[in-house]
Design a protein around this ligand. Structure first.
Ligand code: 7TS
Length: 387
């Protein structure tokens, strides 16, 4: 099995699975409500995971960490809650042309007008064009840290400084960044930062919204229910403080325990070692792919993570994916939830290989061999309509 689809979701280390089952077997109860020892223990474990996340992304305050289901929910939370008091129809949000649908659809659903940062041929944001997009109606910049298709690492720190100079806050979609290199939200000075547990070796159903405390304190709750209130009567409700205000209902308690174990696992390896390993795999894959005639790599930014998209002349990406699967090589083929980017690139789909900490050079070689097999099989014919 050669798993090259970590950008979609990572496999889980034993440390994560064991931490979750240990929690269920030994420490499990609902949190924030028990007066008995087991519930207090579960609460302590859950809240210590919040501190682990704070440390992992270098947030200043533990209250700035909100547990959500994933990046998608984090962005929807900002669109709904921050949006309720800050956006009106016709206001503008600046996004890039490389955004995942999760960082497009929530803004469109709020009737905001999207101003789009165009891409250079390299797959990088056109910074000169970005500077021109700000108007008096710009209410937010919502930008991916790393493209899930191109692998491009955006210079978010500089882009945040530009937005702040215009008095505009910035939300960063960090889904593809956090698994690959150390992220420091204090140094970035972003207003919001969203990421998913399942892409960083943690469990599905977990994710984080980081928000600057001043924003979160001023924002109305996202969902209503238990655990997010101070007092309730039939005609008036007062809300709990941040972060509980945003965490209505019973959360994925064991999932958060698993997320904390994933952080511990990554910290033990070291994010700089992870980034170095990623760079080796990417360089090797790019070198070998670029020597195969008929293969075109899409995205050649100077700074990239181990995510590599490509198309093969005369072979539909879905056919490539199928042949690769028969060879035991798992990649993603399709639009990668980035339809506007596909349009900009002039393709319907790409094949995407993405690396994780468990991949090695032999697996890059397996990918290359499987691509050569696909090319031989499809020489002169194509099952699907050609992209
Ligand atoms: N933002 C980016 C940049 C992503 O890559 C993804 C998921 C999301 C947001 C949404 O994350 P979720 O955990 O809330 O679903 N990207 C992909 C992918 O590239 N292949 O499958 C999912």
């Amino acid at each position: 099995m050669v798993y090259l689809d970590s950008a979609a979701s990572t496999q889980k280390p034993r440390a994560v699975v064991d931490a979750m089952s240990h929690f269920y077997y030994n420490d499990y109860a609902n949190i924030h409500r028990g007066i008995y020892e087991l519930s207090e223990r579960a609460t302590r474990i859950f809240e210590s995971a919040r501190e682990d996340v704070r440390r992992f992304i270098n947030a200043r305050h533990i209250e700035e960490i909100i547990f959500v289901r994933g990046t998608t929910e984090a962005i929807n939370l900002v669109a709904e809650s921050y949006g309720r008091t800050h956006f009106k129809t016709g206001d503008e949000v600046i996004v890039s042309a490389m955004e995942h649908h999760a960082n497009i659809v929530p803004w469109v659903m709020r009737d905001l007008h999207l101003k789009v940062i165009p891409l250079l041929e390299s797959g990088e944001c056109d910074q000169a064009a970005y500077r021109q997009l700000f108007t008096s109606k710009t209410k937010l910049v919502a930008l991916t840290h790393v493209s899930n298709v191109l692998g491009t690492i955006n210079p978010v720190r500089e882009m945040i400084q530009i937005a702040h100079a215009h008095g505009v806050p910035v939300l960063v979609d960090g889904a593809q960044a956090v698994p690959h290199f150390a992220v420091d939200v204090a140094a970035l000075d972003c207003d919001f930062y969203a990421f998913s547990g399942h892409k960083m070796y943690g469990p599905t159903g977990t994710g984080v919204l980081y928000g600057k405390r001043a924003h979160l304190d001023a924002m109305p709750p996202y969902q209503g229910g238990g655990d997010m209130i101070e007092t309730v009567s039939f005609d008036k409700v007062t809300f709990a403080k941040t972060p509980n205000k945003f965490e209505a209902g019973t959360p994925d308690i064991a999932g958060v325990v698993g997320l904390s174990a994933a952080i511990g696992y990554l910290e033990k390896i070291g994010m700089s070692s992870i980034a170095a390993h990623d760079a080796v795999l990417l360089a090797d894959a790019e070198k070998k792919l670029s020597t195969i005639a008929g293969v075109r790599i899409i995205g050649c930014a100077t700074k990239k993570v181990g995510v590599i998209s490509f198309v093969i002349e005369g072979v539909h990406p879905h056919d490539v994916g199928t042949v690769l699967d028969h060879a035991g090589v798992m990649v993603r083929a399709g639009h990668h939830c980035a339809m506007p980017l596909m349009k900009r690139l002039g393709v319907h789909a790409t094949v995407r290989a993405s690396f994780g900490i468990y991949n090695d050079i032999a697996e890059v070689d397996a990918l290359i061999a499987a691509i050569e097999t696909a090319q031989k099989m499809f020489a002169g014919r194509c099952l699907h309509e050609s992209a």
